[in-house]
Design a protein around this ligand. Sequence first.
Ligand code: RIB
Ligand code: CA
Length: 308
Amino acid sequence: MPRPRIVLDCDPGHDDAVAIVVAAHTTELLGITTVGGNASLEHTTYNACVLRDLLGLDAEVHAGAARPLVAAPQHAAAVHGESGLDGADLPEPSRGPDGADAVGFIVETCRRHDDVWLVPTGPLTNIALALRAAPDLADHVAGISLMGGGTFGNRTPTAEFNIWADPEAAAMVFDSGLPLVMSGLDVTHTFLATPDRIDTVTALEGRLAGVLADLFRFFSGTYVARHDRIDGAPVHDPLAVLALSRPELFERVRRHVAVETRGELTRGMTVVDQRTLVDRPAPNCDLVVAVDADAAWQVVVDAIAASP
Ligand code: RIB
Ligand code: CA
């Protein structure tokens, strides 16, 4: 199994928390950087420090951008609660973040290792700022595996939250020329925290399992309450990690993807070119289109079971 070196850039967030768990279990997690998104930067950073303790990790946590490049900050309390991780009794973190310069941490880490994957699972502000701060980053990064976008939206009919929250940053990332792997809503909505799957976590021993079972129940509760019909919350973010560490569980296609930054109805949309015209823009992205959901869920369960 590949054990890619990654920096996880996240906005925990219930599904970001699961991404941290599977990253700890299936990758060489060099560090966690945080961004405002599902909740304020203060909350997402606090939550990352809580998860670090629950996992017994010594990875560094570095806080990043509190707000998008241009857009006003927007959060997702209706999905994740005001704290960003509502629904569980969380322990106070033993220590706070190791720094407040996520961009500097990202750049320094990539220059030091030369084969790091950046795995953003929130708005792409930190990634865009790192690309702007260090044009040589392209020479040092293995690629970017992101959760975001899709051929349909969730925050608007056309735009997925991570892209919608900072379209200018997302456009910089998709136009960067770096190797991109995009796990968008088309695939994440096939990876649901159904009651049966949540029961497999409830059955596990250990404090982390108990906390995650509560978080899954809260997360699925808000999704089920807010949709006509859905069997559980799409567990979006761990797929951006597993696409690198368990590639055999996924199907990908090469596509050109661009980000709309001006449309009145489409700002934040990832425009996926599905045409079969010979004369079309060259693909810039591996679009993840399918996952073996049962096998991926088993990796999540194994990761939780392997943690303290
Ligand atoms: O649209 C889903 C994405 O937005 C996920 O990353 C979720 O955590 C939120 O950040
Ligand atoms: Ca997220």
